[in-house]
Design a protein around this ligand. Structure first.
Ligand SMILES: Cc1ncc(COP(=O)(O)O)c(C=O)c1O
Length: 379
């Protein structure tokens, strides 16, 4: 049968790394996972308890398309708690993960043939989802001196949208308030659709991340329960949209998803109360980050992006290789550490970069760093 052209998106190279790591484990090897982009902690206890109680009393049928009103209110309250922003819950859209939010946002903002700018290195699925919707992604080659984040001068004249992420994946770098404001201003002046991916908010280690909503309302702000709230597989996220876009997004959500998973919404409502547990998780990441910042340069990976947030470190390995995929393969084979080549994130330049994740337990990070140091010493 025929296949569409727009369906021919690229594979996620990290999945190949994960498969190679799985095969090595199946063959009896012990592998340290520095390739994964997810917490190893479970959903918070309060989330699981809320769901257990709901299972006893509720049929968990469809909810309304924009999500449970109590959850939308709880998310709006989070903006007051985290940023001091007074947010109308009517602007909050609960989504099937932030991935579902991208589908809604891109459908609401862009037409087939539009061009949308995004920073490279960046999360690969923006590019692939845009392509699958017949929208053309335009990579902005960000620079280390700009913390691997786009600046207004990078935005080409002929685009209809701009996507930013702070903290970014794979860089972990954040946009300061003036830098984010400058990008929002440039987007507003040109009438662009502006999307701010804030999925790693909560996972900062020095200054906290700035939300686009602290600057203005002309943005689609996307977030998720996957990362800080440690609920990747539950598939629940959210998006805040300008007031006059709510109805458009609601009609799209009704038709695309009917509603986000009801059980996961109930659990997410519980997770909003789990501050102590989540802050304890964050303390582990902070410790891991410190170990990585000391251990990676010692091992010989010393050209790294300022790791403001998330749980990644992006390293320039151009002095070691011009083929990051082969280097990642060698590290897996010889050191038993799975790491991600930069090609997923920056197709043009990722052949000289690697992403290291420190989302796992501290003991794994210590062991992984020791293996990396031994590997580099023997190389
Ligand atoms: C920057 C960024 N945005 C979005 C996502 C998608 O997350 P989810 O769909 O689980 O909310 C990820 C996942 O790794 C990510 O790194």
């Amino acid at each position: 049968m025929r296949l569409s052209n727009r369906g021919q998106v690229d594979a996620f190279i990290v999945m190949d790394v994960m498969e190679a790591a799985r095969a090595a484990e199946a063959a009896g090897r012990h592998i340290i996972h520095m390739e994964v982009g997810q917490p190893s902690t479970p959903a918070p206890a309060a989330a699981r308890k809320a769901l257990a109680a709901a299972l006893e009393r509720d049929s968990l049928g469809y909810t309304v398309a924009l999500g449970l009103p109590a959850l939308r209110q709880g998310i709006a309250d989070l903006y007051a708690r985290w940023y001091g922003v007074d947010l109308d819950p009517a602007r909050v859209v609960v989504t099937p993960g932030s991935s579902g939010a991208f589908l809604l946002a891109f459908s609401a903002l862009f037409d087939a043939g539009d061009r949308v700018a995004l920073g490279a290195p960046g999360y690969p699925s923006y590019r692939q989802i845009l392509r699958a919707m017949s929208v053309n992604p335009v990579d902005l080659l960000t620079r280390p001196e700009n913390r691997y984040q786009p600046v207004p001068a990078d935005i080409p004249a002929d685009v209809q949208g701009l996507i930013v992420a702070s903290p970014g994946n794979p860089s972990g770098t954040m946009l300061g308030k003036p830098e984010l404001a400058a990008l929002m201003e440039a987007a507003a002046e040109r009438g662009l659709g502006f999307v701010s991916d804030e999925i790693y908010h909560g996972l900062h280690y020095e200054a906290r991340a700035i939300s686009a909503l602290e600057i203005g309302n002309e943005a689609y702000v996307i977030n998720s329960f996957s990362k800080y709230f440690s609920m990747t597989g539950w598939r629940v996220g959210w998006m805040v949209v300008p007031e006059d876009h709510v109805r458009t997004v609601e009609r799209l959500a009704q038709n695309m998803f009917i509603c986000p998973p009801h059980a996961s919404q109930v659990a997410a409502l519980g997770a909003l109360e789990a501050t102590d547990e989540l802050e304890a998780n964050r303390a582990v990441y902070a410790k891991n980050r410190q170990l990585m910042l000391e251990g990676l340069p010692k091992a010989g990976f010393d050209k790294i992006a300022p790791p403001d947030g998330a749980f990644y470190i992006y390293a320039d390995v151009s002095e070691l290789t011009q083929d990051s995929r082969a280097l990642a393969g060698e590290i897996l084979e010889k050191a038993g550490v799975a790491v991600t080549p930069g090609l997923d994130f920056d197709p043009a330049r990722g052949h000289t970069t690697l992403r290291f994740s420190y989302a796992r337990a501290t003991a794994d990070i210590e062991e992984g760093l020791a293996r990396l140091a031994a590997f580099m010493a023997a190389r």
